[in-house]
Design a protein. Structure first.
Length: 203
């Protein structure tokens, strides 16, 4: 791709470094911004800078937040005793979009993948166990993608919780085995959350 402007080339390179954005899409975005008023472009860039500088990780559930504790964790209308365990922030958004869950969340930050060097210590499992020990927690919902790694992670966590008086459930198999939770349609995911079932491990 040939450019008559080095500045434009740099902007296209910056946009194309984002996931899912090719050079043609990046060029289209750059040209779009060039036709915007300076105030709009400055607002756009300020939003990104503010995001990077000020976004925080919730001290309770590890979600992204504007403050130390996210709005979901401080919401008194939610069932604080029901914790839904997910892999990522995207999974929280997917479940929230269904409108079928009114508990709170715990984000692991991934799943156990020994081949990639990701073990339990690299995930937010210890903080989950600490939360589960609190008296008001009655149920842990394992909403982890039903992949081999996801099943391994669910099994590991259930073992860590076995001496704690808390019910462990898992989402119903509306989501296909090997599927990613974030890509499930809202109706299927919503039904899977609503129709969750007790989780049992075989010793």
């Amino acid at each position: 791709m040939n450019f008559s402007s080095k500045l434009m080339e740099q902007a296209v390179e910056a946009f194309s470094s984002l996931p899912g954005i090719g050079k043609k899409s990046a060029l289209r975005l750059v040209l779009h911004l060039l036709h915007k008023d300076m105030d709009e472009v400055e607002q756009f860039s300020k939003a990104l800078v503010d995001l990077k500088k000020n976004i925080k990780e919730c001290k309770v559930c590890h979600n992204l937040s504007d403050s130390d504790v996210c709005t979901i964790c401080v919401d008194t209308h939610r069932k604080q005793g029901v914790i839904c365990v997910v892999e990522s922030i995207r999974d929280v958004m997917a479940i929230e979009n269904t409108g079928q869950f009114r508990g709170v969340y715990h984000i692991l930050g991934g799943v156990i993948k020994p081949i990639e060097g990701i073990g339990p210590d690299q995930l937010n499992i210890t903080t989950l166990v600490e939360r589960a020990k609190k008296e008001e927690v009655t149920e842990i919902v394992m909403a982890i993608s039903p992949t081999i790694e996801g099943e391994t992670t669910t099994f590991y966590i259930s073992k860590q919780l076995k001496n704690i008086s808390v019910n462990i459930s898992t989402i119903a198999r509306g989501v296909a085995f090997g599927g990613e939770l974030q890509y499930a349609d809202e109706l299927t995911l919503g039904r899977s959350i609503s129709a969750r079932i007790p989780y049992h491990t075989s010793e």
